[in-house]
Design a protein. Structure first.
Lengths: 107, 188
């Protein structure tokens, strides 16, 4: 992938992410706060973006979204390949509980 | 005396309908709205197309302590606390929205929801009046439903330390951790 392709893909991902965020926020703002992991103020700002603003924000060489968890415990649970399927669902539940418990990220 | 507002009543009916759709028992509606028993009964029949089930609500905290229910209850309560922190909602709306997110999460993972909305509502009440609380697991750091005064330093959650025969038994379609598969005795 050359540099132009990378920039185009980043813009694409940013734009989809912003549009999805806005849809979620407009559908149910409170649930969107949980789904997106953003604060109420940020949600208000994203919800009010115009398409032109979104295009502008999406262009750039960095992604607007980041990995939801910096925690290797959660990643370990999410990526437990090769274990039995029964165990897999337990791990995913475990990861869900840990991720749902992180409200400081939205503060 | 407080004059009855039609707008408030409309909002309460909406809440009640939502709860009935989620399968709540009549006692939940009675406690969360100011609507009369007769009106709630009629509403229930209209929405659900059947009479509400009778009998007392499950009142014990023990159910939340068994292995699988504890996992489901903890997931719901974590979502509930999250919404409680970030969104300004009426108490019952927080329960409804958190419960819907819980249902989504569980069905996305191909599991059967073990927690009914009535139990979820009950759980929040138990937390409010201090009969149950959340304790952080000393291994994974996740917050789990426990009895109050659990010794936090030594507490290990049911997922970090599952009981030997966890998930076995009558509950079909649930998370089943087969110890045979774990031990590699049976191919999967």
């Amino acid at each position: 992938m050359n540099a132009d392709q990378i920039l185009a893909e980043i813009r694409e991902a940013n734009l989809s992410y912003l549009m999805l965020s806005q849809t979620l926020i407009r559908a149910d703002r409170d649930q969107a706060l949980f789904r997106l992991g953003v604060s109420e103020e940020t949600a208000n700002l994203i919800g009010a973006l115009t398409p032109a603003q979104m295009m502008k924000i999406a262009a750039g060489n960095t992604l607007l979204c980041r990995m939801r968890s910096d925690d290797d415990v959660v990643w370990g649970l999410l990526t437990s390949h090769g274990k039995s399927s029964a165990n897999d669902s337990v791990s995913r539940l475990h990861a869900s509980i840990l991720m749902a418990g992180r409200h400081q990220e939205a503060a | 005396m407080r004059a009855k507002s039609i707008l408030t009543e409309a909002r309460q009916i909406e809440t009640a309908v939502e709860l009935i759709h989620l399968g709540a028992r009549l006692q939940v509606l009675e406690s969360e709205t100011d609507l009369s028993y007769e009106r709630l009964l009629r509403l229930y029949k209209e929405v659900a197309g059947k009479s509400p089930s009778k009998g007392q609500l499950p009142f014990s905290t023990d159910w939340f302590m068994t292995w699988q229910p504890n996992i489901h209850a903890s997931l719901f309560l974590n979502i509930h606390e999250y919404l409680n922190k970030v969104a300004e909602l009426e108490e019952i709306d927080t329960v409804i929205k958190a419960y819907k997110l819980y249902l989504e999460q569980v069905s996305a993972q191909g599991l059967e929801p073990q927690l009914s909305v009535t139990r979820a509502w009950r759980l929040v009440k138990f937390i409010d009046n201090g009969m149950l609380t959340m304790t952080a697991c000393s291994k994974c750091g996740g917050h789990f439903v426990t009895h109050p005064h659990e010794i936090a330093r030594h507490y290990v959650c049911g997922l970090c330390n599952p009981p030997a025969r966890a998930g076995k038994g009558r509950n079909a379609g649930a998370i089943r951790v087969s110890d045979k598969i774990e031990a590699g005795l049976v191919p999967h």
